[in-house]
Design a binder for this molecule. Structure first.
Ligand code: UT7
Length: 360
């Protein structure tokens, strides 16, 4: 094992958003809501509904991240998938990705910290690389949350979407990467965002399909406080101040939470990355999708100071101050893509509607 002190840079990035688009207007046909309400209360205009499984989206994002980093699958020594909606509990989504990308030299595991999962994974990957034990880690956030949506519950069904984002975290001698982090949990409040019956507490043979339950306003208040305060603390513990931040890439759950976080940091809106209008809340996938888009759109410059912040079920929260490396162009691209489909988002949701009915 090489114990050389190293840093861990993000050298590749990629995303996979499935093709079927579910607009707010489509949702008006499923539940008692309106485009006006969803747009003004959340900032969401549309989200994607996947015809493929979580590991398929994760694999496409992984191929793109590998290409951007100029890596061969055999270079990977760890595959981490942050998800709370894996294809199966056994085996993990990460093992499926490991097989599909051909990462024959990699260990693989899932981690579940809900919407904070990608940042928990980024801290784990950073520490694994800096220990000298691992050199090249594929870290993915991937979710197919529509599986858990009940369209009689308008307070949850309009918020979530499907997708995946991936990064390569790689050992480097450059003084870049993670500068400081905060990971937090308050398990005493787990009931305010949960999906009962998704594990062993479900009744054998009951045939019940579990769905997400949420006390939205309670989560909203906690998210605003946690994301704002944790962001300030990680910036301070990196010896920096909010004026040094080049780009805040927050979890995309509600544009009002994002705006409140930015206000706490007194950040110019131009320094905040927001794509919630297009994808809604893809849980562990929001930050890596946003990061991939931010880099591809030229919003991340060499040596930029990035701040990531997230909040989710658990309750869990996370913030990371991160110094980007010198390279902002991908070394290569991949033509990996999901199987093409003509099935519409509303058709893909027919199973959910058959199980629970519509909320109108
Ligand atoms: O990723 C982490 C997990 N999730 C989050 O971070 C989500 C955090 N919470 C939120 O984003 C917001 O609390 C929501 C978007 C979920 C709800 O927004 P809100 O401004 O907190 O609304 P509310 O729950 O206080 O509801 C206000 C009204 C209620 O009607 P009445 O009682 O005032 O007549 C709701 O029934 O809006 C109603 N409402 C809706 N109306 C139309 C709730 N959902 C909808 C809807 N369409 N989809």
């Amino acid at each position: 094992m090489d114990r050389t002190a190293v840093h861990a840079a993000i050298t590749g990035w990629g995303k996979c958003v499935p093709p079927a688009v579910l607009s707010n207007t489509d949702l008006e046909t499923l539940t008692q809501t309106s485009d006006e309400w969803i747009t003004s209360r959340t900032g969401i205009k549309e989200r994607r509904i996947s015809h493929a499984e979580t590991s398929d989206m994760a694999t496409v994002a992984a191929f793109q991240a590998q290409a951007a980093a100029g890596k061969d699958p055999t270079d990977l020594d760890m595959v981490l998938v942050a998800t709370c909606s894996p294809d199966r509990l056994i085996p993990s989504a990460a093992t499926m990705v490991q097989h599909k990308v051909g990462a024959v030299n990699a260990a693989a595991m899932d981690l579940n910290a809900a919407c904070s999962g990608f940042l928990y994974g980024l801290v784990m990957a950073d520490q694994m690389v800096r220990s000298g034990a691992f050199k090249t880690i594929l870290l993915i956030g991937a979710e197919k949350l529509h599986y858990f949506l009940d369209f009689t519950d308008r307070s949850t069904s309009v918020l979530f979407g499907d997708g995946a984002g991936a990064v390569i975290v790689e050992a480097t001698d450059e003084a870049v990467g993670l500068l400081s982090f905060e990971l937090g949990t308050d398990g005493s409040q787990g009931e305010i965002l949960c999906a009962p019956g998704t594990g062993t507490e479900g009744h054998v043979g009951s045939g019940e399909h579990p769905t997400v339950k949420m006390d939205g306003p309670a989560i909203f208040r906690r998210a605003v406080d946690a994301m704002g305060e944790a962001s300030i603390r990680v910036i301070e513990s990196a010896g920096l101040s909010p004026e040094d931040v080049d780009l805040l890439i927050p979890h995309q759950a509600n544009v009002r939470i994002i705006d409140a976080t930015a206000r706490r940091l007194k950040l110019d809106p131009a320094k905040v990355y927001v794509n919630i209008a297009s994808y809604g809340n893809t849980s562990a996938a929001t930050i890596p999708i946003a990061l991939a888009e931010a880099v591809d759109e030229g919003r991340v410059g060499p040596g930029d100071l990035l701040v990531f912040a997230a909040f989710g079920a658990g309750l869990t929260w996370a913030a990371v101050a991160f110094r980007w490396g010198h390279r902002v162009e991908p070394l290569g691209t991949s033509d990996a893509a999901l199987e093409p489909t003509d099935v519409t988002a509303l058709e893909l949701l027919q199973g959910n509607v058959d199980a629970y009915g519509k909320g109108i």
